[in-house]
Design a protein around this ligand. Structure first.
Ligand code: UD1
Ligand code: MG
Length: 449
């Protein structure tokens, strides 16, 4: 069965007090709009139209990249008017349509398919929920059969209506898109906000003899984001959901409530995550690896049984192969650390390859940037880089090389050689004792005066 989706995203989101359109604010590393589009796609809705306002080029670019079409609502005359703006983008489409507010980051495919199935049975359906705090949501009034009587916007509601705990989620389904647009076109704006309210479509449908069913869902799935506080709340809820999923998939976490995940974080079974670890977008950690406390990872891959942290930072394009150890205060960026290599303390490895089994001493720095360009450092398998060495890229240290501690390496080093670059050590016998004796005598003479 062919199904289309309309996402309403033209609202200014004024309550966010932000120059960024509301739907482009992120939850778990992904734009709110991205979450809604992904849920629709998962629900089998292939044809999606995002309705945005004239200035919102970034919203349209985002929608296009995510595989959706665009429609523009020239003036923000309300949610009902916004939905109608998607009509021409859907052309002669006559299948079922699901309209969803764009500010619903925790939207799930199941909630959408339930709603569509109910609309396909009854003609029209809305999603409702019972939040602990009904706040300013529209209130849902049902009849004795549990069918929708009407939705009253908070601003239009009487005190008695405000006491109703069943609320409008902002998800609407109609069995036939043409019929839906016909009803939306007949909305009036005779209400407190002088807006064309989408929640009033069922009232118009009823005049045509079509009743609207109500499917209920939990308050987390459909929570709307209208302010910074609600965005933070949504983030917290999403984190809870992602942590629960990770735990269910066999990830070990000592203190899950302190671990922050991204929408796309992949942690395989038997990965162990310590407290206060942050996963930015695009991270994969393979079986049995351990990410210790206070580490920060983004755009990185960690191989099986690798140890990372505590206090490690893996930046985009860090590839940590199996059995590698990345220790405290080690930063890796755009570098492949091959099987079994170790960088255990205080090191920066950027734009580099570290060969299998190599040992990178404490304080080693790849000097990859000359102020204009980035350059590559190639460290061979089994190499031993002494502590506090600087490797000035571009430079190649071949397999099996020893670099003496404190060296600044600017030239390539051949296989199995020793490279030391530092002034020769000098020893002056008895100097320290003579120095102390002279100093003590000087102090004593001064004290007598
Ligand atoms: C809306 C519903 C309310 C429901 C709540 C659920 C209406 C009138 N009210 O209220 O019943 O309980 O969502 O979260 O629909 N938008 C446009 N064009 C416009 C106005 C809004 O595209 O002219 C978009 C917004 O970008 C947003 C969505 O529609 O994504 C909802 O608008 P918002 O202002 O957040 O409505 P609420 O006050 O939350
Ligand atoms: Mg809203």
């Amino acid at each position: 069965m062919s199904r289309a989706g309309i996402i309403l995203a033209a609202g200014m989101g004024t309550r966010m007090k932000s120059a960024t359109p509301k739907v482009l604010h992120k939850v778990a590393g992904r734009e709110i709009l991205g979450h809604v589009i992904a849920a629709m796609q998962k629900a089998g809705i292939s044809r999606i139209v995002v309705v945005s306002a004239p200035g919102m080029d970034d919203v349209r670019a985002f929608a296009t990249a995510a595989g959706a079409d665009n429609a523009v609502q020239d003036r923000q005359l309300g949610t009902g008017h916004a939905a109608l703006c998607a009509k021409s983008a859907l052309g002669d489409f006559t299948g079922a349509v699901l309209v969803n507010n764009g500010d619903m980051p925790l939207a799930e495919a199941g909630m959408m398919t339930d709603s569509l199935a109910s609309a396909e049975k009854h003609g029209l359906s809305i999603v409702a929920f019972r939040p602990r705090d009904p706040a300013a949501y529209g209130r849902v009034i049902v009849d004795a059969d549990g069918m929708l009587e009407r939705i009253v916007e908070f601003k239009d509601a009487t005190p008695a209506q405000r006491a109703i705990d069943l609320c409008c989620a902002g998800t609407y389904s109609a069995a036939n898109a043409r019929g839906f647009f016909g009803w939306a076109a007949r909305l009036s704006n005779d209400n407190a906000q002088k807006e064309y309210y989408l929640p009033e479509v069922p009232l118009i449908a009823r005049a045509d003899g079509v009743r609207c069913s109500v499917t209920e869902t939990d308050e987390i799935t459909v929570m709307g984001v209208n302010s910074r506080a609600e965005l933070a709340d949504a983030e917290g809820q999403m984190q809870r959901r992602l942590r629960a999923l990770a735990l269910a998939n066999g990830v070990g976490m000592q203190a899950p409530e302190t671990v922050f995940l991204s929408y796309d974080t992949v942690l395989e079974a038997d990965v162990q995550v310590g407290p206060f670890v942050v996963f930015g977008p695009n991270v994969r950690v393979r079986n049995g690896a351990e990410i210790r406390a206070f580490s920060h990872l983004e755009g990185a891959e960690v191989g099986a049984r690798a140890l990372v942290g505590p206090y490690a930072r893996l930046r985009p394009e860090a590839v940590i192969e199996e059995d590698v150890h990345i220790g405290n205060f080690v930063e890796v960026k755009k570098a492949r650390i091959e099987k079994g290599a170790k960088a255990n303390h205080l090191t920066y490895i950027g734009d580099a390859r570290v060969g299998a089994g190599a040992n990178i001493g404490a304080g080693t720095i790849t000097c990859n940037y000359d102020g204009f360009d980035k350059h590559f450092t190639d460290i061979g398998a089994g190499a031993f880089i002494g502590s506090n060495s600087a490797l000035v890229a571009p430079v190649k240290v071949a397999d099996g090389v020893y670099v003496g501690a404190g060296s600044t390496i600017t030239k390539n080093v051949e296989k199995d050689a020793l490279a030391v670059e530092r002034a020769e050590q000098k020893q002056v016998s008895g100097w320290a004792e003579k120095f102390r004796t002279r100093k003590r005598a000087e102090k004593a003479a001064k004290a007598k005066k």
